[in-house]
Design a protein around this ligand. Sequence first.
Ligand SMILES: Nc1nc2c(c(=O)[nH]1)N[C@H]1C(S)=C(S)[C@@H](COP(=O)(O)O)O[C@H]1N2
Ligand SMILES: [Mo]
Length: 222
Amino acid sequence: MSEDDDSQVPTTKLTATKQRWAQEHKFLTGRTTRPEAERLPPGQHLVRDWPVLDLGLQPDVPTPRWTLDVDGLVAHPIHLAWTDFLALPQSREVSDIHCVTTWSRYDNQWDGVRTQDLLERVAPLPEARFVSLESFDGYTTNLPLADFAAPDALIAHAWEGAPLTRAHGGPARLVVPHLYFWKSAKWLKRITFLAEDALGFWEVRGYHERGDPWAEQRYSDD
Ligand SMILES: Nc1nc2c(c(=O)[nH]1)N[C@H]1C(S)=C(S)[C@@H](COP(=O)(O)O)O[C@H]1N2
Ligand SMILES: [Mo]
């Protein structure tokens, strides 16, 4: 215990543990969110603004020119125009963002098409195990199909009730909240289902194949 602690009571292992429980709100019931200590992944800090990260280019894709191809190892490949995309089942999700550059942002409200609804439509073949994403700025990224299929993952066209801005990947971007945000391709153009993993832009530059913030999968091992 530090010198400036005003308590003269010696710290025992139990009091230290109980103090930690208090900080973690352990045993409290009825809470609506996880304790901060669990909600913020290791090595992350919280921001209130929303940083913009890109490759120095923000493609301008008006919705009449926007298309989304979903192809590869699927039973029903599709080529969607903007109106087709909006005609798919629409969902709303609130989730946290964790960027590998250590900022996290809580409670982002997204509207769009759940990846699970898209998967139902295209029907991936049994051998499909990975997904490769391609964007209008030439960016690519990859992730396991199981991660792409997370129940809170979606192709988002709105944030906080307003159309997604061009800076943040509008007209539409992927959002996979449980992985580092570089997996969430902005200005999404093509989704391809593959049997083998194909590394994307950051993955060939030393970033992790999967990118789980809770396991601090920032960089590949070799
Ligand atoms: N098309 C495209 N998607 C992208 C990127 C990019 O450069 N191009 N950057 C990625 C990275 S590294 C991050 S952290 C997030 C940033 O999203 P934001 O600018 O909306 O915060 O987008 C990801 N998706
Ligand atoms: Mo990033």
